[in-house]
Design a protein around this ligand. Structure first.
Ligand code: AMP
Length: 443
């Protein structure tokens, strides 16, 4: 398969797609990809117990470390496009390796993934390109940290530089707490990911997620989203990987999105180009809308979870073509994302105890679920020897619904969620409260 071929016929040859990853994000990507009539098979590597419930999808296990066997298997399966879901393989250069073997890959190389796997590098990147973000200091010793913490007027946000499975950010209430967080990171709480620590000014405002599909030259924005990171209702309790989301985010009017495009998105794409980084994949912009304007909290080099599960059902069957165009550097700038004229909401069901210790292995019972515009995407599930669906993670599954308005979306999501049961099931009842008129009136 050649990555240089550009004819529209080539699009029709998109028969076998590989999605790498094992979460709800990858299941939702596969779900959107299989909608395309030309797609015959979507392989999820390794996927999870929910993957094969999705039309045309099959879970496969290949040892990614045995690179020769991996490539042989991909050739045997006649894979036409590879979509890499999680950040770790991207940070390890999997996209570079596969491109060298002539596969079409949606996902940045190691150089682009640095936007996510080094927070200090991303901060320097923003500084050089004049992209608005909280002010910061990069430190690698306690002495340096002490000076900065003591001279700041308020407690600073503390971040491990490298990947830490979403757990490397601390938001202390006091300078002492701030200092303890730095100490724990430098003492190895996150291994080498904590050799460097970033201290940041604490900024305030609602958070929104913006996603740009990039082909190295051009980009295309997906519908915006907002997620809920805290475990408990009213956005209280510990940070989690995400308890639910909704899309689009009404907070971002067209005018405000234009401002974000001019101040953040285009400068980011231009800076990547200036640095000769051929970014073919999605950039997630985690933004805070502060009084002085939008600021970047973080970049991710992949789709966010659960925003991905929320946005994917809004895509039409051409979505896979867009991924392919990005992988080939072929966006023309005139593409439109044809998403349905509906809004989408997602609620995550977790195991009791998450995000701390939790038990797995409980049977999951799924009753009668709406067949229209309602999806279940498994995040942490497995199958027993008898084929029974079991819990196998902290975040177990998501229910995602689409309707004309957010009141209807969440009414439907919670109604269907009542049909799902496992021991210790927990979910927030107030996901999307900001956009649910009825909920706001009643609470
Ligand atoms: P991150 O992993 O960098 O997105 O951080 C996780 C969460 O910490 C974000 O979603 C914000 O809620 C919060 N956060 C990160 N950086 C800051 C900051 N500079 N000021 C205030 N809150 C922050």
């Amino acid at each position: 398969m050649s990555i240089n071929s550009t004819s529209s016929k080539n699009l029709i040859r998109l028969k076998n797609i590989l999605v790498i990853g094992n979460g709800g994000r990858e299941n939702s990507l596969a779900w959107a990809i299989q909608k395309n009539e030309f797609v015959e098979k979507v392989y999820l590597m390794p996927g999870n117990a929910g993957s094969e419930r999705i039309n045309k999808c099959k879970s496969i296990k290949i040892d990614i470390n045995n690179r020769n066997e991996f490539v042989e298997k991909l050739n045997f399966l006649k894979i036409d496009l590879i979509v890499i879901g999680p950040e770790i393989p991207l940070a390890n250069g999997l996209a570079d390796f596969l491109r060298k073997k002539d596969f079409k890959v949606f996902g940045p190389g190691k150089d682009g993934a640095k936007l996510e796997y080094s927070k200090s590098w991303a901060k320097e990147f923003m500084k050089e390109a004049n992209i608005p973000t909280a002010s910061f200091w990069k430190i690698s010793s306690l002495e340096e940290a002490k000076k900065i913490i003591h001279s700041s007027s308020s407690p600073l946000v503390v971040k491990a530089d490298g990947l830490a499975s979403g757990k490397g950010v601390f938001i202390p209430d006091s300078k002492d707490e701030c200092f303890r967080a730095v100490k724990s990171i430098l003492n190895g709480k996150f291994g080498n990911s904590g050799n460097v620590v970033v201290l940041e000014e604490k900024i305030k405002g609602p958070e929104v997620s913006v996603f740009a599909l990039c082909d190295g030259e051009r980009y295309l924005l997906l519908p915006t989203a907002q997620d809920h990171k805290r475990l408990n209702e009213n956005d209280k309790g510990p940070n989690t990987g995400g308890m639910g989301a909704y899309s689009p985010a009404p907070l971002l009017t067209d005018d405000y999105l234009n401002r974000i495009t001019q101040e953040i998105i285009e400068p980011t794409i231009n800076e990547l180009k200036r640095k000769n980084i051929d970014y073919k994949g999605v950039i997630y912009f985690g933004l805070m809308i502060t009084k002085s304007g939008p600021k970047v909290i973080e970049y991710n080099c992949r789709f966010g979870d659960p925003e991905c599960q929320t946005i994917m059902p809004l895509m039409d069957q051409n979505f896979v073509f867009l991924l392919e165009k990005c992988s080939m550097g072929n966006l023309t700038g005139s593409e439109k994302i044809d998403y349905f004229d509906k809004v989408s909401g997602c609620v995550i069901a977790t195991s009791e105890g998450y995000p701390n210790d939790y038990k797995i292995g409980f049977p999951i019972k799924i009753g009668k679920i709406d067949s229209n515009d309602c999806q279940i995407f498994d995040s942490g599930t497995s199958l027993s020897k008898n084929g029974e669906l079991l819990t196998n993670g902290g975040r177990v599954l998501s229910i995602v619904c689409q309707e004309k308005d957010f009141d209807m979306v969440f009414e439907k999501a919670y109604k269907n969620l009542k049909e799902i049961n496992f021991e210790g099931i927990y979910y927030r009842n107030d996901i999307g409260y900001q956009v649910r008129k009825k909920f706001l009136q009643e609470n």
